[in-house]
Design a protein around this ligand. Structure first.
Ligand code: ATP
Length: 373
């Protein structure tokens, strides 16, 4: 099939891909379509198979079964050197004995370009990544963040159809990481290059990706926009892995109600049958603090409120918000995590060990199959 043109609906098609290492199955029937110009993140915990998937796309480690189609061409069995991509690794992987200019020029040699054209392209790329004067230096003379920008310039030097980023930011310190997130995303949009980034950092994926592919134990759990995977997780694993949440066990009592112990909660509509045991989740930022006194009706957000009296047992200041732990008889004294804004804490004069009434908006309480965890 190699070299035969196929009808093209997406730029990269991953079709029923499997990868085994001996008897261990690292990827199980992964299928995915990536559109031209899209920025897609493979996100999942350590060992879930995201790097294995990227390496199969790159031809660095061939799949056991399944097919890969890039720009209408079956590349499933093509060697890495014949595939059309640029790649950036976590470790930068620059040649220490070559200058920055020579590092970037490396992939441009033997491509039919003249010396002059290569010099011009290198200068253009250095300008593009905001390091126009660093060409004559050696990698060791640059910071980690600068070296990673050089690795990026090298990866895009020949104008590949696909840019692969394997945890490109994880070796950098927090501030540089946040800055480079923005830089890479801006550059990707400017170039319009289809990009796949592997990361285990949910914040990185949420802030950079057009779509996130959440992977767990070699299988795709959910594919969606950052907003979809965060606000509408399809499984308990996705709800738990992306963002913070408190989890309860409950029994379904109606189409949008669940019982935790003796407490009945109004929830988002779900598809479970009455009597079914499920897991319930609520995000910390969805909990509304009402104050020390029982609220009046007009202080509440909607008609289907879940209003409870709790004790504020812990408060941790995290700069832009307070992470709080709440306890209540209504939840059998289980700890509930709530994030309150600095303004809300000030306005309600919240302090540890005080009584606090809270509201759990029904729409933010999600129910999941227990087996899905
Ligand atoms: P991390 O974020 O830690 O890199 P990952 O999601 O990228 O994790 P992979 O590197 O894709 O995970 O590995 C997936 C699974 O396959 C792991 O359990 C790993 O131990 C196993 N694995 C990867 N490469 C090999 C190999 N060459 N031989 C045997 N097992 C392997």
């Amino acid at each position: 099939m190699d070299g035969i043109k196929e009808p093209q609906s997406s730029y990269l098609s991953i079709k029923n891909l499997w990868k085994s290492f001996g008897s261990f199955i690292a990827l199980e029937d992964v299928s995915l379509d990536i559109q031209e110009g899209e920025f897609v993140c493979f996100l999942g915990p350590s060992g879930c198979g995201k790097t294995t998937l990227l390496r199969a796309i790159a031809g660095l480690d061939l799949q056991t079964r399944g097919r890969l189609v890039q720009a209408g061409k079956d590349i499933s069995n093509l060697p890495a050197s014949e595939r059309d991509y640029g790649i950036v690794f976590q470790s930068y992987a620059l040649f220490p004995n070559l200058t920055i200019e020579k590092n970037i020029a490396f992939g441009l040699e033997n491509t039919g370009r003249t010396k002059n054209e290569i010099e011009q392209r290198v200068a253009e790329l250095l300008q593009l990544i905001g390091l126009p004067d660093q060409g004559p230096k050696y990698p060791a003379q640059l910071s980690g963040g600068q070296q990673q920008r050089i690795a990026l310039a090298r990866a895009i030097a020949s104008g590949p159809g696909l840019l692969l980023l394997d945890e490109p930011l994880s070796a950098l310190d927090a501030k540089v990481r946040v800055y480079l997130r923005h830089e890479i995303k801006t550059l990707q949009q400017k170039l319009g290059v289809t990009t796949i980034m592997v990361t285990h950092d949910q914040e990185e994926a949420l802030s950079m990706a057009d779509r996130i592919v959440v992977i767990n134990e070699g299988k795709v759990e959910q594919i969606g926009t950052p907003n979809e995977v965060y606000c509408k997780p399809e499984t308990l694993f996705v709800a738990d892995f992306i963002g913070e949440m408190t989890q309860f066990r409950g029994i379904i009592t109606g189409k949008s109600s669940i019982k935790i112990g003796n407490t009945e909660l109004n929830t988002a509509a779900h598809q479970f049958d009455e009597g079914r045991e499920v897991s319930l989740t609520i995000r910390p930022e969805d909990i509304i603090p009402l104050g020390a006194k029982p609220p009046t009706k007009n202080g509440l957000s909607n008609s289907r409120n879940n209003v409870f009296s709790t004790k504020l047992v812990e408060m941790e200041f995290l700069g832009s918000f307070w992470r709080c732990k709440l306890k209540s008889d209504e939840f059998s004294q289980a700890l509930v995590t709530a994030d309150f804004s600095v303004n809300a804490v000030r306005r309600l004069s919240l302090e540890p060990n005080q009584n606090l009434w809270i509201e759990l908006p029904s729409e933010s309480i999600l129910a999941f199959d227990n087996q899905a965890a």
